[in-house]
Design a binder for this molecule. Structure first.
Ligand code: AMP
Ligand code: GLY
Length: 414
């Protein structure tokens, strides 16, 4: 089998190495991949990123399965284009990708199918939005409708902060169109969980739960990032929480996908908030999470490639999805200055053998040397029978990797 993984993050490195575990897989092309996929067994980086080029490559190279990492391609309809040519690809059709591509659409969908979510209003006129803010309770959450590279959500503590954000989103247009329409949403207090799952449109199989750590500093302080570390399973996801999630969020979402006649054979990532008033749906992502994937996939016991094929072939109901016992803890090391401005091009050195697994992200292989090339540079996942053991391994491994300006949180999973 030949596989194609589209994307260049730590998530894609984790996907590529998991697909490569299947003995029928002969080669995993990574477009464009990174320094990690460059070094990975059976993997080969190819420098293409445009949908039409990816499609031609998949046809010419007789690719058997394609997995898309980032939402950008999904929202642009890559799945429909691959399907038209009879190629197997994991991901939602363009219409279903709007569940991530448009916050107002996903909120409407949740409302229509009775999925428990925060109360909200949608605005396209800044004056009406500001009028609405005058009678709101604070804090309040303001969300850009469209994709904003994970930066489109702000929590505002008072009217003035909210008004200023609305100005940035709708007038200054900091998201180049994505914030012209906004969602203003009730603030929910609680703990978050990420539940990745796979669907074939007939069933949704949830994966082991996980927990991201979004803020840059220890204790959840500072600006939001793409994610500074993840653990799995999420200790807050008790049986009661998962039962409630299944009944009030997962099942009605499946009903919605079916009634809206979406061709959804892909990953569905539920962002949920566990509150005193119950479990709420925060958002849908239509792809794997980063760094959740680096924590969750290594715990999968069943063959991942077979799982993906089973979803694409609409046969998940016959798939037995099994998990390893124990915990994982993934730490992310970032460039100094991230999520703001940072420099790249620093050499990454490794000393000694790691006990966990190293996933490279913003890192390239240049003349045989690994060099930093992004904000989130790499991740290390440790495993253990307990979360404490998994953490210990990940933190010990982190000491064996170095680059100038390397920064990581010290409290992941604490
Ligand atoms: P989203 O892209 O909708 O998941 O929002 C990004 C992050 O903003 C989430 O992971 C939460 O940390 C936070 N967030 C979003 N919506 C709310 C809400 N209604 N209440 C509290 N925090 C929220
Ligand atoms: N870690 C959150 C995300 O992938 O959206």
């Amino acid at each position: 089998m030949k596989a194609l993984i589209i994307g260049s993050g730590g998530r894609e490195h984790a996907l590529a190495s998991k697909v490569a575990e299947n003995s029928n897989v002969e080669v995993v092309y990574c477009a464009p991949g990174n320094g990690g996929t460059y070094r990975e067994n059976k993997c080969e980086n190819i420098n293409i990123t445009q949908i039409d080029e990816l499609l031609s490559f998949a046809i010419e190279s007789k690719i058997d399965i394609t997995i898309v990492g980032s939402e950008e391609w999904l929202v642009q309809g890559i799945v429909d284009k691959f399907n038209e040519k009879g190629l197997k690809i994991l991901g939602p059709c363009e219409k279903a990708a709007r569940l991530e591509g448009s916050k107002s659409y996903s909120k409407e969908f949740m409302k229509k199918y009775g999925i428990k979510t925060a109360a909200y209003e949608v605005f396209e006129d800044e004056n009406k939005a500001i009028d609405y803010l005058k009678n709101c309770e604070y804090p309040i959450v303001i969300k850009a409708d469209g994709l904003a590279a994970g930066k489109g959500v702000v929590i505002c503590n008072d009217f003035f902060a909210a008004k200023s954000s609305i100005n940035d989103f709708m007038v200054v247009d900091i998201f180049k169109g994505s914030g012209k329409k906004i969602v203003i949403e009730e603030f929910l207090e609680g703990v978050e969980a990420s539940i990745l799952s796979i669907t074939d449109g007939k069933v949704i199989l949830p994966f082991v739960s996980s927990k991201d750590h979004k803020q840059i500093f220890d204790g959840g302080i500072g600006p939001n990032t793409g994610g500074m570390g993840a653990i799995a399973p999420n200790p807050y996801c008790t049986k009661e929480v998962l039962d409630e999630f299944y009944k009030n969020i997962l099942l009605p979402t499946l009903k919605g996908i079916q009634e809206e006649k979406m061709d959804y054979r892909g990953i569905m990532f539920f962002g949920i908030m566990i509150t005193k008033k119950g479990v709420y749906s925060l958002e849908y992502n239509v792809r794997f999470g980063d760094p959740e994937t680096q924590a969750v996939l290594p715990l999968m016991k069943s063959d991942f490639t077979e799982l993906v094929i089973s979803a694409i072939d609409r046969d998940l109901e016959n798939f037995e999805l099994l998990w390893k016992k124990g915990y994982s803890c993934c730490l992310i090391a970032a460039s100094k200055g991230y999520p703001g401005k940072y420099n790249t091009g620093y050499e990454i050195s490794e000393s000694g053998k790691l006990e966990g697994k190293l996933y490279l992200a913003g890192a390239i292989c240049d003349d045989g040397l690994l060099k930093t090339n992004g904000g989130r540079v790499l991740g290390i996942t440790g495993f253990g029978e307990t979360l404490a053991k998994a953490r210990k391994i990940a933190y010990a491994d982190m000491k064996k990797v170095q680059f100038d300006g390397m920064y990581y949180r010290k409290d992941i999973g604490k």
